[in-house]
Ligand binder design. Structure first.
Ligand SMILES: [Zn+2]
Length: 113
């Protein structure tokens, strides 16, 4: 399961942050989830809870923030939100579009006590 591996990665970061700060408990973990990752928030939370159960991150709150898929046109520089699978610039109709955000799954911060 895709989400289980991601949950493990998030847990690793949380535990490392806690260790670096001499913390005894992990409170809240803010995670940016790009739309393109197609992660199921509920599955990610469930996986995290299961993995964190025996660690100091047990009971930590996973705060997931969705990041929309944004592209930038290589030809005219226009930035726009990509909807569906239409990767075309709305200004000049160019197909030379690069993804700017929406692909990431990143831990933004970890609150430890
Ligand atoms: Zn354009």
């Amino acid at each position: 399961m895709h989400e289980m591996a991601l949950a493990q990665g998030i847990l690793d970061i949380a535990l490392r942050t806690a260790a670096e700060n001499g913390a005894v408990r992990v409170g809240r973990i803010k995670v940016l989830v790009g739309q393109m990752t197609q992660v199921e928030p509920e599955a990610l939370k469930f996986g995290f809870e299961a993995l964190a159960a025996e660690t100091i991150a047990a009971g930590a709150e996973l705060d997931l923030t969705a990041v929309p898929l944004v592209g930038r046109c290589d030809d005219c520089g226009q930035e726009f939100t990509i909807r569906g699978c239409l990767f075309l610039c709305p200004r000049c109709q160019s197909g030379e579009v690069k993804i700017v955000s929406g692909r990431e799954l990143r831990v933004e911060y970890v609150e430890v006590e």
